[in-house]
Design a protein around this ligand. Structure first.
Ligand SMILES: NC(=O)c1ccc[n+]([C@@H]2O[C@H](COP(=O)([O-])OP(=O)(O)OC[C@H]3O[C@@H](n4cnc5c(N)ncnc54)[C@H](O)[C@@H]3O)[C@@H](O)[C@H]2O)c1
Length: 255
């Protein structure tokens, strides 16, 4: 096992982050790059991912961007393979892409239900399976899935389809963790709540105030705090952590 400063080092590692064009995905991409990883940033909005990658390259980091819709398994595989080809292998996979509607459960259409599940759950399944096969062959790797407090307790801020997708993602995390543990690959989930992001910024002031009032630490989380948790789970220090869900919620849910 690594010791000393190497315990938290990602120098020379390569990471692949989905939904990295804004919000937490962009912060995670930046955090991984600053920790020394070569990052591949993908998003259905390729231009936004490219802007994040350009910012990182300008600061001297190794970052590339590609457009990817995680709903499309064949496109996902091509994109992942292109990243592998470019950097020689992926060490860290972050399944972050998601759609976060707040539609009342009485109004969710079949089409919206299917789309949220297709992005949040099926897309992450593709990501886990594509990266999992690659990492299993290499005998090493780290997969981190972005779940949510919405999958752990009832939430008025996000829809039932979103909550169901995030609860499913925790089950999926355990299933992949179980399969991949003997192969040197860990699979964990993060369950954030109320982290500053475009989704949160888009909420009405009243709703934001109500949300902040229910957080024991008295503030929203910062995207960099989510990135820090990804860095930990991706680092040598977390080699014995797998199948876990790490809560990042300012004490809003203690379990
Ligand atoms: N911000 C929070 O407070 C919070 C709380 C709990 C969980 N999360 C989770 O963290 C992750 C990031 O959240 P965020 O707030 O940054 O969300 P966001 O909506 O700001 O960003 C999501 C990104 O995913 C991309 N995306 C959407 N559909 C895609 C697709 N089909 N293929 C590829 N990319 C796609 C979007 O273009 C966007 O860049 C999500 O999984 C979310 O559920 C966030």
């Amino acid at each position: 096992m690594a010791t000393g400063p190497d315990l938290f080092s990602l120098a020379g590692r390569a990471a692949f982050v989905t939904g990295a064009g804004q919000g937490l995905g962009a912060a995670i991409g930046r955090g991984l790059a600053k920790a020394g990883a070569k990052v591949t940033l993908v998003d259905v909005d390729g231009a936004k991912a490219e802007t994040v990658a350009v910012g990182l390259r300008d600061a001297g980091h190794e970052a590339i961007a590609m457009p990817l819709d995680v709903r499309d398994e064949a496109a996902f595989k091509l994109c992942f393979d292109a990243a592998v080809e470019r950097v020689g292998g992926i060490d860290v996979m972050v399944n972050n892409a998601a759609r976060t509607p707040s539609t009342s459960l009485w109004d969710i259409t079949a089409e919206e239900w299917d789309d949220v599940l297709a992005i949040n759950l099926r897309g992450s399944f593709f990501g886990c399976r594509i990266a999992g096969r690659h990492m299993r062959e290499r005998g090493a790797g780290r997969i981190v899935n972005l779940a949510s407090i919405a999958g752990q307790q009832a939430s008025a801020a996000t829809g039932a389809h979103y909550a169901a997708s995030k609860a499913g993602l925790v089950a999926l995390t355990r299933a992949f963790a179980q399969e991949l543990a003997p192969h040197g690959v860990t699979v964990n989930a993060l369950a954030p709540a109320a982290v500053r992001s475009p989704v949160l910024d888009a909420m009405e002031a009243d709703q934001r105030r109500r949300l902040a009032a229910g957080i024991p630490v008295g503030r929203f989380g910062e995207p960099e705090e989510v990135a820090a948790a990804v860095l930990y789970l991706a680092s040598p220090a977390a080699a014995f952590v797998t199948g876990a869900t790490l809560d990042l919620n300012g004490g809003r849910l203690m379990r």
